[in-house]
Design a protein around this ligand. Sequence first.
Ligand SMILES: [Zn+2]
Length: 106
Amino acid sequence: MYMLYLTNCSENDIPKSKQAKEWLYRKIFNEDFNLSFHPLYNDTCDDCDHLMIQEKDCGSVEERDETIKQKVIHLDEANLRYNIKRDDKKLAKERLGKENVLTVDM
Ligand SMILES: [Zn+2]
């Protein structure tokens, strides 16, 4: 983020003498703003959560392999649906309002 700040200063012709040093930028960011970083969360559905728990609790290698197989099939189907949605959105943009895309999270 500090590098982006420096880039922005450069683009706006702010002299180096007026740019905040990294320690000051960090201090202001940490103390004056209620902002923080966190790892990205993966959005999972109930099926993903169920299969993840099932995989952890498998009693045998065969059961685990079957669970992994179900998980792969489930994720492949999810990717297929995302690709269909992406293609539909692209098509709707190309046809400029003659078609719309409606998605529902169930
Ligand atoms: Zn899922």
